[in-house]
Design a binder for this molecule. Structure first.
Ligand SMILES: Cc1ncc(C[n+]2csc(CCOP(=O)(O)OP(=O)(O)O)c2C)c(N)n1
Ligand SMILES: [Mg+2]
Length: 574
């Protein structure tokens, strides 16, 4: 690792140990960035990194949760696997939320945890935690290395499993004695996983059924999910959609899989989706889902979801098909190969000009709306301004809450791999560290992190990384002095009983940023905001902008829990 030390780097270690083998295997995998935090059980690994001649960049977070969220941001924008190292016990358990998050959102992250020595496993040794037990339900796969000769093969398998099929996190738990053991032989990295053979080619019969259904459809809708981005199938999707002129709605994670500014795009569907997107699904007679898992925030009440549609579902993960929604045309496949197969087929274009007109009228008649404030900043207006000023070209990460939904609604993505948010798990604390990973993964891009005043405080210690690396991330705190999304639900469904959701005490975010040698700015009005925005975007370094927004603003439209998407509330100003 390129560690800067005064004078000669003390290198004298002749024998090769397990930790060196791990580092060599990482080099072989093309790893150049590691997110991590050291501790006793991973000392041999950190020593091997120190001694290595390879130029790894190691990003030292200030909390392991920061490491794994940053790794997710990195994986999301690069499409490459991200690597995390943490020590045994508390190091490993501090990763649990992030691993679960990566699992829910299908992100390829390979996590190396130190473990106590093999001989003391099960004795409640110092900093022992049952990492296998804890991570079994939250990983795509997990390993504990029992013999040194298995280590390089396991590492190879871990990367293979994390990145192929439906991506996901893989944990490799390495007992300290394995990291320290002397390497005496050359160990094979060959592997064969008969039980893991993701099906990437669609069944031709199912493609024919889908083609037939499309020809006959009068009201087709294509639901585009993140699977399209993972499969790098956005060009194929656009071609297919334009060929047949099918209206497209996206999921939250699917934003950017199809250009949001395209005339056939109806925007995001689901709990805070657009009226046009939700009504198009509700009224459709053919719903083609590509790479989305029909989660409950998307579907609303299942009984009212696409009640008249033939459902076709293309997914690399067979377990997703039919899980929530009865599916007439199941296609187990990678999104790209399935779209290629569909593009290769001669399909009569569905006769649905009336339908396109109808859904486009929904768009013009029921656009997203908000009221401007003449005092504080309207959050939606602020996000629209950020969108316009950055010409929609920024990589945007968010935390979880109202600001997340406003960003999804008002920042339009035309490109994939530029939208980084915690969807499945909805983990507060994700937004800021994931921006760090995104910036490292895409150093030449403008990275904007939109966070809530609540969520930012869950991982603000990572400001240290901005300080240390001068990463030019621009953090916009949508400061409503509240756990806004909680407050909104309390306003609507709990008779305004604001139980613990009003954050009357917040730190001075400007001083806080400055204490990390990061520029801090506070903005209180829309008048100031435009100039500040230009100035902040032109600034060549990290900035935290404390934006004082309307405190009681709500996210609309909204599908109330237990209702159908067609029963959305707040579609127009009440
Ligand atoms: C780790 C975690 N704890 C609790 C929640 C529940 N939760 C969802 S949104 C939210 C409020 C977030 O407040 P803030 O970060 O200020 O964002 P805002 O909604 O105000 O934009 C809470 C507490 C969560 N999603 N994640
Ligand atoms: Mg808030």
């Amino acid at each position: 690792m390129n560690v800067e030390v005064e004078g000669e780097k003390p290198m004298s270690k002749k024998t090769m140990i397990g930790a060196d083998l791990l580092v060599d295997t990482l080099i072989d995998e093309g790893v150049d960035t590691i997110f991590g935090y050291p501790g006793g059980a991973v000392l041999p690994i950190y020593d091997a990194l120190y001694r290595s001649e390879a130029s790894f960049q190691h990003i030292l977070s200030r909390h392991e949760q920061g490491s794994i969220f940053a790794a997710e941001g990195y994986a999301r924008v690069t499409g490459k696997p991200a690597v995390v190292i943490a020590t045994s016990g508390p190091g490993a358990t501090n990763l649990v939320t992030g691993i679960t998050d990566a699992m829910m959102d299908s992100l390829p992250v390979v996590i190396f945890t130190g473990q106590v020595g093999n001989k003391v496993i099960g004795t409640d040794a110092f900093q022992e935690a049952d990492v296998m037990g804890i991570t079994t339900p939250i990983t795509k796969y997990n390993y504990q290395v029992k013999r040194l000769e298995d280590l390089p093969r396991i590492v190879k398998e871990a990367f293979h499993i994390a990145t192929t099929g439906r991506p996901g996190p893989v944990v490799v738990d390495i007992p300290k004695d394995i990291s320290e053991e002397e390497v005496t032989d050359e160990y094979s990295t060959e592997f064969f996983l008969p039980g893991y053979q993701p099906n990437v080619r669609p069944n031709p019969l199912q493609i024919t059924k889908l083609a037939d259904a499309l020809e006959k459809a009068k009201k087709p809708v294509l639901l585009a999910g993140a699977g399209i981005v993972f499969a790098r199938a956005t060009a194929e999707l656009k071609k297919f959609v334009e060929k047949h002129e099918i209206p497209v709605v996206t999921t939250l994670q699917g934003l950017g899989s199809f250009p949001g500014t395209h005339p056939l795009s109806l925007g995001m569907a689901g709990m805070h989706g657009t009226y046009a997107a939700n009504m198009a699904i509700y009224e459709s007679d053919l719903l083609m889902n590509i790479g989305s898992r029909f989660d409950d925030r998307l579907t609303g009440s299942l009984e009212h979801f696409a009640p008249n549609a033939i459902v076709a579902h293309i997914d690399i993960d067979p377990a997703e098909i039919g899980k929530n929604i009865p599916t007439k045309i199941p296609v187990v496949s990678d999104a790209k190969t399935a779209l290629e197969a569909l593009l290769d087929k001669t399909i009569d274009k569905p006769a649905c000009a009336d339908w396109r007109e109808k859904v486009s009228e929904y768009q013009t008649d029921y656009p997203l709306w908000y009221e401007r404030s003449d005092e504080l900043i309207s959050p939606q207006w602020m996000l629209e301004k950020i969108y316009k000023e950055t010409e929609g070209k920024a990589i945007v990460t968010t935390d979880v809450g109202q600001h997340q939904m406003w960003t999804a609604q008002f920042y339009t993505f035309d490109q994939p791999n530029r939208w980084v948010t915690s969807g499945g798990l909805g983990s507060m604390g994700f937004g800021f560290p994931s921006a760090i990973g995104a910036q490292l993964g895409s150093p030449d891009d403008l990275v904007i992190s939109v966070v809530g005043d609540g969520g930012f405080q869950m991982n603000l210690q990572e400001l240290s990384i901005l300080q240390e690396r001068r990463l030019p991330v621009k953090v916009f705190i949508v400061n409503n002095e509240a756990l806004g999304m909680v407050r909104q639900w309390q306003e609507r469904f709990y008779d305004e009983r604001y139980s613990v959701s009003l954050m009357t005490i917040n730190p001075d975010f400007v001083k806080l940023a400055e204490s990390y040698d990061v520029r801090g700015v506070r903005v209180d009005s829309e008048d100031e905001f435009e100039d500040v925005l230009k100035d902040v975007l032109a600034y060549d370094g990290p900035v935290v902008v404390d934006c004082r927004v309307v405190k009681l603003e709500n996210v609309y439209p909204m599908v109330a829990p237990g209702t159908g998407n067609h029963q959305m509330i707040g579609v127009t100003k009440e």
